[in-house]
Design a binder for this molecule. Structure first.
Ligand SMILES: [Zn+2]
Length: 398
């Protein structure tokens, strides 16, 4: 079959084309796939449940108080991606990417005809090149573990990165399939668990795409992003789950920031050797249970003697479960980047490893945090994970 034949059926979009564009998730050609239209300015064009940004309800406050015009349509000129990612073959393998829109970054390049016809299509991915500065990287330079090279790492301690925040766009059919559950049953449970907030989950089964008020991830790439698709290139990666108390505020009750900073240091070293470093920062605070719940568990742990053998029970008592991270979706951002193999994964977690390999991505070595990087306060957490959850033991100091 001549693949060009398919192109004959690409819809021609005109201003007369006033309806809702169909979405066929997993199609390779973005025009055949169809744009995600979640606009609130023209409801006849909407082809999804939900709205852009987890802050859409604050948008409601902004409308109510007159801060935001109800007819506002963004001017996206000069906001285009600073580098091009994909399209990669993984974008159109059915079921490979179900938690965000692989075509969500380059809206003009993918859906220009719809934009020209007046459709309000908004990016759900932004791609930026910039710098980050972290105390730990400066300390590693002063300690002689890292050397500025003027390319990846500057004398000032600034580090060049590609930064890619991604909003959630859920393909409900694909998500149900990956969870191994019935889609209609899943939609009903989501409707009920959100207190009836998204009635269309049950009343409009034909709407398969949902923009939930749940953040997705931010990707940081150290070195040349184009090399991510080459399985022979050294790639050091960490898929890190958000922890505000440690990552941002430096709490020593867990090993999160230590792990993140160790991983970033290894990413810089790998990029300096001609490889690529990759951090996927996943917004799954408190194992996907949230910060309030996590902190309630901290209270319980502190008052009950913080027994590592009861680490899991403490959370179950308060949350009814231990972990809501659903690691089987961790491979989505990797597929989007075209990654097929991770020679060095900075993690001790068995669940994370099997989530990634279950998605079809090969892992070379799993590299746990060196023992001397675990702060004393994090011992209960790290011990519990090693004893009860099959985590790889801490590595020797390096
Ligand atoms: Zn933590």
């Amino acid at each position: 079959v001549n693949p060009d034949i398919n192109r004959l059926f690409v819809p021609v979009v005109t201003t007369a084309h006033a309806g809702r564009p169909p979405i066929t998730w997993g199609e390779a050609d973005p025009m055949r796939r169809g744009p995600v239209v979640a606009t609130t300015t023209n409801w006849a064009h909407r082809n999804v449940i939900g709205a852009h940004s987890q802050y859409s309800l604050l948008g409601g406050w902004s409308r109510a108080t007159g801060l935001l015009d109800e007819h506002f349509v963004p001017d996206l000129s000069m906001t285009e991606p600073m580098i091009k990612i994909g399209p990669h073959p993984q974008w159109s393998v059915p079921g490979k990417i179900v938690t965000f829109d692989p075509f969500g970054a380059d809206i003009r390049g993918s859906f220009g005809a719809y934009l020209d016809a007046g459709y309000d299509i908004r990016p759900t991915i932004a791609i930026h090149r910039g710098k980050i500065r972290l105390l730990e990287l400066s300390a590693a330079v002063h300690g002689g573990r890292l050397k500025p090279d003027g390319v990846v790492l500057m004398e000032s301690g600034d580090c060049n990165v590609t930064k890619i925040p991604i909003d959630s766009v859920w393909d409900l059919e694909g998500i149900a399939r990956r969870l191994g559950v019935d889609e209609a049953q899943m939609r009903r449970c989501m409707y009920e668990q959100s207190g009836g907030m998204y009635e269309q989950l049950v009343s409009k089964p034909e709407l398969k795409i949902f923009l939930p008020p749940v953040p997705n991830c931010t990707i940081l790439i150290f070195g040349d992003p184009a090399k991510l698709t080459d399985p022979s290139v050294k790639l050091t990666a960490r898929l890190h789950d958000q922890c505000v108390s440690s990552d941002v505020l430096g709490s020593e009750k867990c090993s999160c920031r230590s792990y993140l900073m160790f991983a970033i240091e290894q990413c810089v070293l790998t990029a300096q050797e001609g490889g690529v470093g990759l951090i996927v920062y996943c917004y799954l605070e408190g194992r996907g249970l949230g910060e309030v719940l996590k902190t309630l568990v901290y209270n319980l742990r502190d008052r009950d003697g913080d027994d590592p053998m009861k680490y899991e029970d403490y959370t179950r008592q308060v949350a009814g479960m231990f972990d809501a991270r659903f690691q089987m979706f961790k491979s989505d951002p990797l597929h989007w980047l075209g990654v097929r193999r991770i020679p060095y994964l900075i993690s001790a977690s068995r669940e994370k490893l099997s989530g990634i390999t279950g998605g079809g991505i090969e892992i070379g070595h799993q590299v746990p945090i060196p023992n001397d990087r675990v702060t004393p306060g994090a011992n209960t957490e790290v011990m519990a994970k090693e004893m009860l959850h099959g985590y790889a033991p801490r590595g020797q100091p390096n």
